[in-house]
Design a binder for this molecule. Sequence first.
Ligand code: PAF
Length: 286
Amino acid sequence: MQTIRALNPLRQACAHFRAGAGPGAKLALVPTMGALHDGHLTLVRRARELAEVVAVSIFVNPKQFGPNEDLDAYPRQMERDSAALVAEGVDLLWAPDVAAMYPDGFATNISVEGVSDGLCGAARPGHFDGVATVVCKLFNQVAPDIALFGEKDWQQLAVIRRMARDLDLTAPHADDIIGVPTVREADGLARSSRNAYLSAEQRAAAAVLPAAMRRAIEAMLGGANTSAALAELREALLSGGFASVDYAELRDAGSIAPLDAPNGQARLFVAARIGGTRLIDNMPVA
Ligand code: PAF
């Protein structure tokens, strides 16, 4: 695996790997902020299945952290991540520092309206601007044929697809932005780097989140009133050990617009705090 930290060598390496893979070969990009876990490695394995050349980026993006979010505390473990990517047969690791990504004078912000509203967009103002801006840059830097993102961050995926569509991006085209289903633990909890912050007791209680979501989905599909099903879901989380519920909402999977009832492409979105840890999850209501 070649690790690259500056833009010109990156472009040369992408061209070199493409040429080596032969005509028609595809290059896949898996953007990450590092602290890799099985969820990320699932994206890398899927990228390997879909493309001849696999690039992973690791960049802890300051623009997507709010003033009250601790950017400095975000886990950085480059050596461990690098070893994991070598073991997965990744060809290229793009690991720019902040000065390479945002040189002095950098002044552009990409803001995607509509899909960024509500849910994590409300809880983390400016977060999706930071995500859209850095992902647009990563796409322009690597120019992949396809890019892969986890469906656990469904709203993020919707923002990135909307941005690619609206800006007529071609590398990758919006249709080649691939969502990979959430990897879950045996008890249903979605894998996340944040699970590591849970105590044993909190980790056991956290399983109430996917279970309560499934019950709410069954109720809504069975014709229950949406607000009542969501209120019951909130109550199940609070009585099951969660300290607070940021949101529990039914939304359209594509536009992320709020829904009063399942419409065939609805998703249930939840963010809730257990101890000091904020967990998010989403599931189809179909
Ligand atoms: O999901 C993430 O890890 C980040 O938001 C991303 C897409 C790599 C952009 O920094």
